[in-house]
Design a protein around this ligand. Structure first.
Ligand code: AHR
Length: 508
């Protein structure tokens, strides 16, 4: 017996714009994300441009990645940018103390990162070092990257082969300052953020969007302290413009931090616990947004979720410090649930970055440097299927008949997750059926505009644990959704168990 649901979509009631930056990415010097993932070096037999893997770039161009955050994460607060410029053979080495205690040769530095962004067509989000750096170091990095004309840092950049400055729209003021970024109190960090942000200048035509390092999970006191620090200067009602956004991090950890569970060997009950944890991002996001509303009703300060995604135990036999994990249909549904939440909060949430793009945590791509193989994960396909939401106008989806599943532990779980957007004379509706075993029939009550054509796509796997590998790369891949019928009210769509679907409409 299928479960049933009914959802109303007012096609003629526009909501806020869904920034394409909600589909942002994150690449840290961690495990095989940069080295062996994005960057294989110029001498690699794997086709590359300046050492950057060409098939990785091509795959990511197909999902239109809007921005890339780099170099960390925790790594950002021990990274010294001057070590990563100039001839590679002369670059000093360091120890990556956060991730595997391995040696970092600094061969991937500022020029390589900006070349990667240019190849991807993505905006750069550079995360500066507050924890072990200096104000001068950060200020000079901004100058090196973005200043035209004649100046000490612009001259140094030219000596290293780049004449024109780059555009760097997004700038992070440290990372997780409450932990690996320096173990600071919120009050101390708020002062540091204001001090560092002051000296991150807008040079020429480059305008920085400065992002203060934010809370872990639902630590709203951290957000409140940062908001107070923006408002208290002269106690004006409008926040000052010293930094423009505040971040927070939210990971889907279904077990405990000590025992996070396997990425591929899990029970149905563990699957449901994961879905509950993924849906909880809405409560956490709303808690931060509510605090911000109290200080900034005009929503001038942005909220940025610059790390999110699943975090499982590493794959057996891999370095525990490298955070390499497989990615199943369960991960795909974690992603689709997050995007529905992001779309609903597009008035305050201006950017989100999944952790991390290649070979680390909830990755889009898994690569093997020895064989040259590249695997697209189920999560990759959710990004691809949702591309139509980038910069589109959100539409509310009112779920008026909401089916629940009771887990073995007796916890209720909403099994339909949905969101929608419109652009010109089209609309895109995203639907997830989170029930592990039952199909879900959804009546889409489409109001306000005529629908002249529809198509559908669906992503599912034979089991919840289905995943892609080099020997079975399309175990989870999108196919056409044929189970769509028209009825008086709109459309009747049947979703397979544990599936994600998109329905594209042409509007009259
Ligand atoms: O994404 C992995 C790590 O998780 C990041 O370096 C850090 O910011 C967070 O704790």
């Amino acid at each position: 017996e299928p479960l049933t649901a009914r959802a109303v979509v007012d096609l003629d009631v526009p909501g806020p714009q869904i920034s394409r930056h909600l589909y942002g990415h994150f690449a840290e010097h961690l495990g095989r994300c940069i080295y062996g993932g994005f960057y294989v070096g110029e001498d690699s037999p794997i086709p590359n441009e300046g050492g950057i893997r060409s098939d990785v770039v091509e795959a990511l161009r197909r999902i239109d990645i809007p921005n890339l955050r780099w170099p960390g994460g925790c790594f950002a607060d021990e990274y010294h940018w001057r070590d990563g410029i100039g001839p590679k053979a002369d670059r000093p080495r360091m120890v990556n103390t956060n991730w595997g205690d391995v040696e970092e040769n600094n061969h991937f530095g500022t020029h390589e990162f900006m070349a990667l962004c240019e190849l991807l067509g993505a905006d750069a989000y550079v995360n500066g070092n507050v924890g072990s750096g200096t104000v001068q170091e950060m200020s000079e990095w901004v100058e090196y990257l973005t200043r035209a004309g004649d100046s000490p840092m612009a001259r140094l950049r030219r000596e290293n082969g780049r004449d024109e400055p780059w555009k760097v729209p997004f700038w992070g003021i440290g990372n997780e300052a409450w932990g690996c970024g320096g173990n600071m109190t919120a009050e101390h960090y708020a002062n540091e953020a204001r001090r560092y942000a002051t000296f991150c200048r807008d040079h020429g035509g480059n305008t920085l969007y400065r992002i203060a390092a934010g809370a872990s999970d639902d630590d709203v006191k951290w957000t409140r302290t940062l908001m107070e620090s923006l408002n208290c200067l002269g106690c004006q009602r409008e926040p000052t413009n010293i930094f423009q956004a505040i971040s927070f991090h939210y990971y889907t950890v279904a077990g405990t931090w000590a025992e996070k569970g396997s990425a591929t060997a899990f029970t149905t009950e563990e699957y449901y616990a994961t879905m509950g944890k993924a849906q909880d991002v809405e409560r956490v996001l709303s808690a931060h947004a509510t605090v911000m509303d109290a200080y900034d009703p005009g929503k001038k300060v942005g909220l940025v979720l610059d790390e999110w995604g699943t975090w499982w135990d590493v794959e057996p036999g891999t370095n525990p410090g490298f955070l390499y994990q497989q990615n199943t249909m369960r991960d795909a549904l974690v992603a689709s649930v997050h995007f529905d939440v992001f779309h609903r909060h597009a008035d305050r949430l201006v950017m989100a970055n999944i952790a991390q793009t290649v070979n680390v945590l909830q990755a889009m791509l898994l690569t093997d440097e020895a064989t040259g193989e590249l695997v697209l994960t189920p999560t990759y396909h959710v990004f691809e299927m949702n591309r139509g939401h980038h910069d589109a106008t959100s539409l509310s989806v009112h779920v008026v008949e909401r089916p629940e599943t009771r887990t073995e532990a007796g916890r209720p779980l909403d099994v339909l997750s949905a969101s929608a957007s419109t652009r010109d004379d089209t609309a895109l509706i995203s639907l997830s059926n989170l029930d592990a075993e039952h199909p879900l029939e959804v009546v889409l009550d489409l109001r306000g505009r005529a629908v002249t054509a529809h198509t559908g796509r669906v992503l599912t796997g034979a089991q919840l644990q289905a995943h892609n590998s080099a020997s079975n790369p399309d175990a989870v891949a999108p196919t056409e959704l044929t189970a769509i019928e028209t009825d008086d009210r709109g459309l009747r769509v049947t979703l397979p168990p544990h599936s994600f679907a998109t329905v594209s409409l042409t509007l009259g």
